[in-house]
Design a binder for this molecule. Structure first.
Ligand code: SF4
Ligand code: SF4
Length: 383
């Protein structure tokens, strides 16, 4: 089971409570980024291009748990940067689990062997290991040889200790469906619980701007992958377990038309609560309430904002698929049973002709953050 039944039931109950309370917008997954510092420099990463003063900032245990309480989402994903560089990460994870929230601790696994014993297996805890493919693809994506082998060895060690281990896999236009299929087979063979799959977001600060997928390329790539997955099952190989919903996978294959739901995965990092989403840091506010109540959500998403044009990433579109599944459970069940459609025309895409042009705010944000680091009164980076 890619997402354990207990977790699915707790999330369903949470959504039901939100609906009964009449909440139109509510978070599903808190993206908690306690630091931006990383021990790798992946070519598609848009999170690490900051001056040292910002990379040296950390959210404290207290900041992190306050964010978890403010937000109330049933799932907390901890990306970064590299979270295992944060010395208080075990206490942060412990505090979140004590609140009965499901934690995904994302890591590139370079420090996992050394730090694993600071954590305990729990139904509320899973490692989410960054692996963008097999040895050749991953080492190229992270721009360093030998990282794949260390990650696989750490995955095996974590599984042997009884941890739930997922992998998170970002795809670029260099991905070969056949190589990825072999990689997924291998991950299933070694016992990984689930794969979280996403097309790479075209971060404006990423070192490599050439290999991000366009919308059409994303849909074609995912159709090829799903076709190969089906063929493998027919050959008697294990079915790939994905952590995402059937309708989100169907969306990636070009069979659904969704608007983005950026509030579904709100992000708290060293600058504050990030507006509008995990991928775009256009503005920052000090409280979750302010984020939810003062963001003009209609300004963001594909068709509305140029920076969103090619985005099909799960942090924006998985909550849209979840909402669709809630209203049309039979449709979700159908896709779950037969898999995403891999032939025929794509669903109509959103019109991009009226999107507002991109605003480039990075330099301003960095300047403001540095000023606040020098004069640390008030929340970091408030704009
Ligand atoms: S993608 Fe992840 S592992 Fe790679 S540099 Fe960025 S934060 Fe680090
Ligand atoms: S489409 Fe949504 S998730 Fe993607 S960058 Fe835009 S606001 Fe963020």
């Amino acid at each position: 089971m890619s997402v354990p039944l207990r977790q699915q039931a707790d999330i369903a109950l949470y959504i039901l409570r939100q609906k009964l309370a009449g909440n139109k917008r509510y978070p599903l997954v808190l993206m908690l980024e306690p630091l931006f510092r990383c021990n790798l420099a992946c070519i598609g990463c848009g999170k690490i291009d900051y001056p040292a003063e910002i990379l040296n900032q950390r959210l404290s245990v207290e900041d992190c748990l306050k964010a978890v309480d403010e937000c109330g989402a049933p799932v907390v994903s901890i990306p970064g940067g590299e979270p295992l560089l944060h010395h208080e990460m075990p206490q942060i994870v412990e505090g979140i689990i004590a609140r009965k929230k499901y934690v995904y601790l994302c890591t590139n696994a370079l420090l996992l062997d050394k730090k694993m014993d600071q954590y305990t297996p729990s139904p509320y805890f899973a490692w989410s290991i960054h692996l963008d493919g097999g040895r050749e693809d991953h080492d190229r994506a992270v721009n360093k040889e030998g990282v794949y082998d260390r990650a696989e060895s750490a995955i095996r060690a974590a599984l042997a200790k009884g941890f739930r281990v997922n992998i998170n896999c970002t795809l670029f236009n260099t991905a070969s469906p056949e190589r990825m299929a072999e990689f997924f087979d291998h991950m299933m063979d070694i016992g990984v619980s689930a794969i979280t799959l996403s097309p790479g977001y075209a971060y404006e600060r990423a070192a490599d701007q050439e290999h991000f997928l366009t919308r059409t390329a994303t849909k074609n790539l995912f159709r090829s992958l799903f076709r190969l997955g089906r063929e493998r099952v027919q050959q008697g190989k294990p079915k790939w377990r994905f952590s995402q919903s059937s309708l989100y996978m169907d969306y990636l294959a070009g069979n659904q038309t969704y608007r983005c739901t950026p509030w579904g995965n709100p992000t708290r990092n060293v600058f504050g609560w990030q507006r509008p989403c995990y991928l775009l840091g256009e503005e920052f506010v000090p409280t979750f309430k302010e984020l939810m109540e003062t963001t003009d959500w209609d300004r963001y998403g594909t068709g509305r904002y140029e920076k969103c044009a090619n985005c099909m990433v799960h942090c924006g579109y998985e909550p849209s698929a979840a909402e669709d599944a809630l209203h049309r459970p039979w449709k979700a069940l159908g896709v779950r049973l037969r898999g995403p459609r891999t032939e025929g025309p794509f669903s109509p895409d959103l019109d991009l002709s009226q999107q507002r042009p991109a605003e480039y705010v990075f330099e301003t944000r960095v300047r403001q953050a540095l000023t606040q680091i020098e004069n640390p009164k008030g929340p970091l980076g408030r704009t």
